[in-house]
Structure formats: C-alpha cells, structure tokens
Design a protein. Sequence first.
Length: 89
Amino acid sequence: LSDAREREAEYSKPNILLLGPSGSGKTYIMRTLAKLLGVPFVKADATKFTEAGIVGEDAEDLVRELVQRADNDVELAQYGIIYVDEIDK
C-alpha cells in the first residue's frame, strides 16, 4: 500500500466470508479488489487441503505462493489476499 496511513490503519476483521452461487463473480470481486489495492492475490481450492498437508496442500503453501506473487516482498505479502474457494465441498 502506497499510503502510509493505510499501511498503519488497524483493521478489526481481516477475514471475510463471501457467499454466492457459482458464477456470481465472487472470485472476480476479490481478484479485482486485490488489483485495486495493489496487493498480491492467491486463490486456493479447499478440496485440495488436508489438515497435515500430507496428501494435498497446506496453509504454508498458500503463504509461500503469496510471497512469490509479491516478488518476495514479505511486507507487501502481509497485506495480500488468500481466497479459499469451494469451502462447502
């Protein structure tokens, strides 16, 4: 975030639950928001996750990808968006 006030602002709720039918634009909204904010965006499919990460991916994989999308800028990655899709499956 280029504005120092925005970087220092305290946000009370960093997690958002976005609900809607398939094809309603949930991913598009989040991807566009990330682009407008100038932060990295990572989309993950919840069906690929396991608690231990043995069979599929785990949360560390998402954070690693977020840092990569931020060109290894850890500070920028802290403001990034991780969008987990298909949580109802």
